[in-house]
Design a binder for this molecule. Sequence first.
Ligand code: NAD
Ligand code: PTL
Length: 484
Amino acid sequence: MKFQPEASHFINGAYVEDTAGAVIDVIYPATGEVIARLHSATPAIIDQALEAARQAQAQWAAMTGTERGRILRRAADIMRARNHDLSVIETHDTGKPIQETTVADATSGADALEYFGGLAGSLTGEHIPLGGGDFAYTVREALGVCVGIGAWNYPTQIACWKGAPALACGNTMVFKPSETTPLSALKVAEILIEAGAPKGIYNVVQGYGDVGASLVTDPRVAKVSLTGSVPTGRRVYAAAAESIKHVTMELGGKSPLVVFDDADIENAVSGAILGNFYSSGQVCSNGTRVFVQKGIKEAFLSRLAERLATAVIGDPMDPATNFGPMVSEAQMNIVLGYVDKGKAEGARLVYGGTRLDRDGFYLLPTVFADVTDDMTIAREEIFGPVMSVLDFDTEEEVLERANATEFGLAAGVFTRDITRAHRMVAGFEAGTCYINSYNLAPVEAPFGGSKQSGVGRENSKLAINHFSEMKTVFVSMNDIQAPY
Ligand SMILES: NC(=O)c1ccc[n+]([C@@H]2O[C@H](COP(=O)([O-])OP(=O)(O)OC[C@H]3O[C@@H](n4cnc5c(N)ncnc54)[C@H](O)[C@@H]3O)[C@@H](O)[C@H]2O)c1
Ligand SMILES: CCCCC=O
């Protein structure tokens, strides 16, 4: 098989196999062909990975931040140099067009390695004067063994967004990719070794949810960082709470994108396209509830339909393709179920809504208009290329409706009125907000959700706080007083 790795898991610097584990078939979404066959981790593999991470951690943490950072930055350079090969793997794993994976996946992973590699040498504590010459100081310490669990939409990015800050802080990691897209995390592990990382600092085990669950409850694990759906987040958060583990939860969303009638329509349509159809709509922060002020609704919809008609849908390996298949047949069927619900509940289908008559898991980009807040397609995360367009009249009304959701991952506003834009952003209950743009996620800025969309933040200097903790040391320079 064309993309068969040397073995399923990467532990302590080497590929490891245990064929007793359940089979994981890796399917190319553009054709339905099996391109690799892996095995889910057995308890023995899980133990081996956690033990490797545990044993490697003290030595890794004892290195200077500058030394750790040098290795991460070298890994970033290797990733950039191999961008094409890594993008080909990512495209076969996920079905995302090579046009996208070439700029968004290994590139974003390399950015994280470079950024956190750069920060590693300056992760310090502080000196706190207490009067009379006494003082306290703080020491930033690693947490220990961290577990990363990934979703299937951005496999390389997720492996690096979790691995890079964890390693920069002196932790080691066991990473479990999604069973749907298991290939690229193995490449990240290989590259780290090639960059000079000590064995055991970044291990990859494959598996379904049960493997993730075993990792989360293991007493050797200090922290769990999950990217996944809200229901999985609830389970993982609860399991981690049993032993008070640190958590980062990057979960799902149903984000609002508000377009006022003074917006530049072309830009707003671009934002709505980026926020609904990039990666065939499989982006956590997508603005899938597009609120359009009544006066411009028809103009917005007709321009949107014109632009969608120019999408190049097809072979993801063709550099001209900009809209590929869904990641899996199962995900495609979930999305088709939502399309049926949208129609049944009275939304007006204005574009797409059907599967393409070809091999692979292709859906057309789909737009529903006249969607109301109570419809299923306006309430539940679909995680596919389905945009719901809702009408609104006033700013106050739309803000209240935008926030009427248990999710809080992202929110966006298109308007030329800068004070209104900032009023909207101040009112949005969301962790990541956009003004006249959508779905940016550079490593320098925090990314993550509020409400049920998550806990903690990835990227930026904030991620360091989620992968380290402060030890406070009080120092007395004077005789001490005791009551007796
Ligand atoms: N907020 C973000 O940054 C972000 C980014 C990408 C995707 N997502 C979300 O991810 C979801 C899509 O991905 P998915 O379908 O892979 O999500 P999922 O929740 O089904 O699975 C995520 C991961 O959790 C593992 N898992 C499942 N049950 C588990 C358990 N009980 N214990 C431990 N691990 C378990 C899975 O094997 C997988 O690796 C969407 O909801 C999307 O919004 C969020
Ligand atoms: C904008 C990048 C978001 C990654 C989550 O799916």
